[in-house]
Design a protein around this ligand. Structure first.
Ligand code: AMP
Ligand code: MG
Length: 391
C-alpha cells in the first residue's frame, strides 16, 4: 500500500492546470492569473496633487497671486507665471509650471493673494507620473491568485478583462441505499445523508462553485450510468461504495467506464480505501463514505488536485507545526489524521476519533498528522497540522 506522500506525489504528477480563459475582471476574484500583467499606462498618469492647497513654483516670493482653481477631474491648462499660484485639490492635475503644492493650512489668504507661512520642501505634495508604476513595467507575475486588492489595482489601469486558468467543473456522486434526505423522520435502518452538503460547502468556500450533485443507489448498472455522466466534468468526486463490501459497486463501475486506476488504498487512517484515477483529462477521486474519511481525503487529496488544476501549480498542503501537550500512541503503522485543537502552538487531541464520527471535526481547529513510523509520541513532540475551520 502506498504512503500519503506517495499518493500526493502521484496526484501532482497526474494533474495539470486547466486551459486559460479570458474573464471579466469583476468575476476574477480567487482565480489564478494565466499571464503576467504589464502596466498599460503609468500610474499616476499625470502629476497629481496629494493635498488640498496651492500649486506654485518653489523659489518664488512668499506672496503669490492666485490665478485660478483646479479640482480633481478638471482638464484645463494653466500657464503659471512667476509669483503666481493655483488653488488646487487632492487628485487634481498640477499645472506644468508648478513644482510644489503647499497645504492650505500653511498659507494665509488675503483676497486674491496668499502668503506662505511655512515653506514646504521643493516637490512636496506632488505625485510624480509613474511614481506608483511606470508604463511598461511588469507588475504582477503569472500564477498569482487574484484577490480584491489585485482587482482594485488592475481596475486602476482601466483593465476590464484578465486571462486566468479555468476553474474545474465538478460532479459529486453520492452512493448509498441507506441515505435519506432531511425533512422526514428517518426510515428504519436509514441515516441522514451528510457528505454531499459537507463537501459542496467545502468546495464553495474555496471558490469552486461549479458543483453538480448526483445521487445513486447501491446498484451496479445505476452506478455505471451516473459515473458516465460524471465523467463529463473536469473532476469527479464519488462518496462511498469504494470499499470491498458486496454492495460497493464504484470500483467496478469505474472500470466499466474505462477509468484508469492510479492508486487504490493509502496507508492512512481514516480514509484508507481512497481510489484515484483518470479517464481522459477527467480526474476521479472515489472517497470513502464514512464522513470523517470523506472529508479527510477531500482535504488532503482532492483539494490538492483542484488547486493545481486552477493554476495554483506549486500548491502544497500548508502544514503548520505545533507541540503535543499530552503523550499518545500510534499502534497502526499508518499515517493518522486526528482532530484536535491548537492554541498558541500547543496541540490537544480529542478523545473521539473515528472515521464514522464528525463530532471532533466539527469542534476542532487542527487536523493533526501523526507519521506512520511513530509508535509512541511523548508530550512536547512537534507535529504537523493543517489549520481547519478557521474562516
Ligand atoms: P461506504 O463507504 O459506502 O461503505 O460507507 C461507509 C459508511 O459511511 C457507512 O456507514 C455509510 O452509511 C456511511 N456513509 C456513506 N455515505 C454517506 C453519506 N453521504 N452521508 C453520511 N454517511 C454516509
Ligand atoms: Mg455504501
Amino acid at each position: 500500500m502506498i504512503s500519503v506522500t506517495e499518493a500526493l506525489d502521484l496526484i501532482k504528477r497526474e494533474t495539470t492546470a486547466l486551459p486559460k480563459t479570458s474573464i471579466p475582471l469583476e468575476e476574477s476574484n480567487g482565480y489564478y492569473l494565466a499571464e503576467p500583467i504589464i502596466a498599460p499606462m503609468s500610474l499616476p498618469p499625470f502629476r497629481q496633487s496629494a493635498m488640498d492647497g496651492y500649486a506654485f513654483r518653489h523659489g518664488d516670493v512668499t506672496e503669490l497671486e492666485v490665478i485660478g482653481e483646479c479640482k480633481a477631474g478638471d482638464a484645463h491648462e494653466f500657464e503659471l507665471q512667476a509669483n503666481q499660484a493655483v488653488r488646487i485639490f487632492t487628485g487634481a492635475r498640477v499645472p506644468d509650471q508648478a513644482d510644489t503644492v503647499i497645504i492650505q493650512e500653511h498659507v494665509e489668504v488675503k483676497g486674491k493673494m496668499i502668503s506662505i507661512q511655512k515653506l514646504p520642501a521643493k516637490s512636496a505634495n506632488v505625485r510624480k507620473i509613474g511614481e506608483q508604476v511606470p508604463a511598461g513595467e511588469q507588475v504582477l507575475a503569472e500564477g498569482l491568485k487574484i484577490t480584491e486588492s489585485i482587482i482594485g489595482f488592475l481596475a486602476g489601469f482601466g483593465i476590464t478583462e484578465v486571462l486566468v486558468f479555468n476553474k474545474p467543473k465538478i460532479t459529486l456522486i453520492v452512493t448509498g441505499n441507506e441515505l435519506q434526505e432531511p425533512g422526514r423522520p428517518l426510515n428504519p435502518g436509514a441515516i441522514y445523508e451528510s457528505n454531499a452538503i459537507m463537501l459542496k460547502s467545502a468546495l464553495i468556500s474555496r471558490g469552486f462553485d461549479s458543483v453538480r450533485i448526483l445521487k445513486v443507489q447501491d446498484d451496479l448498472e445505476s452506478t455505471k450510468r451516473v459515473i458516465s455522466l460524471g465523467l463529463e466534468s473536469d473532476v469527479l468526486l464519488i462518496s462511498g461504495g469504494i470499499s470491498v463490501g458486496d454492495y460497493d459497486f464504484v470500483n467496478e463501475a469505474l472500470k466499466a467506464n474505462g477509468a484508469k486506476e492510479i492508486f487504490y488504498k493509502v496507508n492512512q487512517k481514516p480514509g484508507k480505501p481512497i481510489w484515484f484515477g483518470k479517464k481522459g483529462e477527467t480526474l476521479i477521486f472515489a472517497l470513502p463514505g464514512n464522513p470523517a474519511s470523506s472529508l479527510t481525503c477531500f482535504l488532503i487529496y482532492a483539494l490538492s488536485a483542484l488547486q493545481i488544476m486552477s493554476g495554483n501549480v506549486n500548491y502544497d498542503l500548508d502544514f503548520s507545526t505545533g507541540v503535543l501537550r499530552h503523550s499518545t500512541t500510534n499502534k497502526f503503522g499508518k499515517t493518522l489524521f486526528i482532530l484536535g485543537t491548537e492554541q498558541d502552538g500547543q496541540l490537544d487531541i480529542y478523545p473521539k476519533q473515528a472515521s464514522s464520527m464528525l463530532i471532533s471535526y466539527a469542534l476542532g481547529n487542527a487536523l493533526i498528522l501523526i507519521p506512520e513510523e511513530k509508535e509512541v509520541l511523548e508530550a512536547g513532540e512537534r507535529l504537523s497540522y493543517l489549520p481547519i475551520n478557521r474562516n
